[in-house]
Design a protein around this ligand. Sequence first.
Ligand code: ZN
Length: 300
Amino acid sequence: MPLRILRLSCLCALLLALALTAPAQSLGQTLAPQAKRDLAVLATAYPGVMAAIEVDPAGRATVVLTDGTRLPYDDGRAKSPEELLDKPDIKDMLAQPYPLGPVVAEPALHFSPGRIRVQPLFLALYGHDKAAVTANCRPVPFLGQTMAFNTRYGAADAFARVEAQLRRLLAADPSLRRFLLPASGGVVWRVIAGTRRLSVHSFAAAVDVSPKGNPYWRNFPPGTNILATRQGFPPAVVAVFEAEGFIWGGKWSEFDVMHFEYRPELVLLARLARGETLALADIGRLVHPVGAVRPGAAGQ
Ligand SMILES: [Zn+2]
């Protein structure tokens, strides 16, 4: 084949390949940078939970979960602090940056990163009812106790790694025991006190350490400053949990000092915010125009 024709056919093949891949790429680019980052972080923290991301011509994204649930990334509504807890969208859930590391100041009122949760996402992640959650659990030793923990998305394995590190800390400094024990966890299918929202303990993806010794905001006057208590809780314990994708309720304005929960997406966002380079999941193949996902295609 003459060289000129060969070059021409190579060029044609290249143009054809570009034409075939361009729609997905350009659709991916219609997602706003924050949506793109947030959804890539979700896909990294919980691999496989998203079946598709539908994007309308205005760039609004709807996340389709593998259980068929459809969640707006941003519903466009302004919300009061209470509405943020009751009916958040994914953007709301990820909007408050979780602060990794030692507590440096009392948080602003309603700054409670992780307390805003999109409940349908948690049902899809961990199980839709108590029986389904229980079936997804395995027993994990915890400093002489044993508690069921959800095995989905690496939660139980992360909890087991936390426990191994805590054992080392306690061996070096037995005085830490009073901050940690006894602990309570397992599948506790219940609503959060004073609300209709399911506690994350319902999903066996959280632990309460020394519930009698660590304060909870509802038992104190509103706006109580507990900075000294927050800072008195061993930072080394908090660091062990955070290193494995857990967040601490001791950093919340509505403090829950006993409470640690598995929220790898918030820890990933925090690590990105402090400048770490992380390999995030490629969500390009999940992105489709609205209507392109067949009903039932997301049900496996
Ligand atoms: Zn708790």
